[in-house]
Design a protein around this ligand. Structure first.
Ligand code: SF4
Ligand code: SF4
Length: 335
């Protein structure tokens, strides 16, 4: 295994050691009993920009004996604060994609005629010849072209849709991923990240998995909350914040999961903050944290620190108070 590296650039795909071959990431962690099942705290927001990742970074500073999982695979940004050093890397394979073997192709065009996804194109190659080729972003991997090609010129290959990593951070090991441009199945990649985090937590005896969830309420969110012991929804006092919170609550409570709420930048709109409290009361949700607006949060991010590390902000104390409540909630039996 090579030495620690900075966050890799897109497209790197050399194989790495398996997770089980890796060294435990954070030696100063206090391990939980090895046989215990790690608790999973998933932090969600209805959309980007609510401060979710800042909250996760702060909780990562406060929590001990944990594994971090960045399930925002479409726009992962937890690494910006945590400055991970990669120690394991794998390609994410999902489905198949067609490839035309030029030497065997008789240029009959049957494949292009049959592809319902317009993934096969007739293009001019570097030598000025017209050749059939597959656009991997449009290809759905249905395999029809390979069946109609009587020349045996089409092979179906494993489709590389992204990458996932295990990295070391100053707050513990981080499992994270990156979906390729045009890559689909982000729900599947989220599931992979979460499962790898669970397996790593068991391996090193960590008692908690802290998950930075994807925004929205789609398939990736469902994949990230599956199996959660507690979901924390971070919202902001705006009309869209209240709306998004209701949608997230419907989803999370629909799965019978325990949900708590953090209102970020509460003081920017006290009326809307009141409206969000009403929504929570109506749904039986507790507001476990109310955070002030403080530009120190942005300054901390710019310096690559959590607000707890940055210090000197009331927000740090507010998140400490919230964390104490969350710790207690995590001890409660699942609903
Ligand atoms: S069907 Fe086969 S031989 Fe015909 S253009 Fe497509 S790849 Fe080439
Ligand atoms: S596998 Fe399906 S989608 Fe992909 S190029 Fe062939 S026919 Fe089109």
């Amino acid at each position: 295994m090579s030495g620690p590296e900075q966050e890799p650039t897109k497209g790197v795909s050399e194989p790495g050691p398996t997770v089980s071959e890796s060294e435990p990431a954070v030696s100063e962690q206090t391990p939980a009993a090895p046989e215990s099942t790690p608790k999973q705290l998933v932090v969600l927001s209805g959309k980007g920009g609510t401060g979710k990742t800042s909250v996760v970074a702060a909780l990562a500073t406060l929590a001990t004996a944990k594994v971090l999982a960045d399930c925002d695979v479409d726009a992962a940004d937890l690494h910006l604060v945590l400055n991970p050093k990669r120690r394991h890397h794998e390609t994410f394979i999902s489905g198949k994609e067609a490839r035309i073997i030029a030497d065997r192709c008789s240029a009959c065009g049957d494949c292009m005629d049959h592809c319902r996804f317009d993934a096969i194109r007739l293009v001019v190659d570097a030598d000025g010849r017209s050749v059939y080729t597959v656009d991997p972003i449009s290809c759905e991997g249905c395999g029809l072209c390979a069946r109609v090609c009587t020349s045996g010129a089409i092979e179906m290959l494993d489709a590389e849709r992204g990458e996932w990593f295990v990295s070391d951070t100053r707050h513990g090991p981080l499992v994270h991923a990156r979906l390729s441009i045009g890559g689909e199945n982000s729900g599947k990649l989220v599931t992979l990240v979460r499962e790898q985090a669970v397996s790593l937590a068991r391996e090193i005896g960590a008692g908690l998995i802290l998950v930075d969830g994807p925004p929205g309420i789609g398939c990736p969110v469902i994949a990230s909350v599956t199996g959660a012991d507690l979901v924390l929804a971070v919202t902001e006092p705006t009309v869209s914040g209240a709306h998004d919170l209701e949608r997230a609550a419907e989803l999370v409570q629909g799965f019978g999961l325990s949900l708590a709420v953090c209102i970020n930048k509460t003081d920017l709109n006290p009326d809307m903050a009141g409206r969000i409290r009403e929504v929570c009361t109506a749904r039986g949700l507790s507001v476990v944290g109310e955070l002030s607006y403080d530009t120190a949060v942005i300054r901390a991010q710019v310096e690559g620190k959590s607000i707890i590390e940055y210090g000197g902000s009331p927000v740090a104390d507010q998140i400490r108070d919230m964390w104490r409540i969350l710790e207690d909630r995590l001890e409660e039996p699942k609903e």
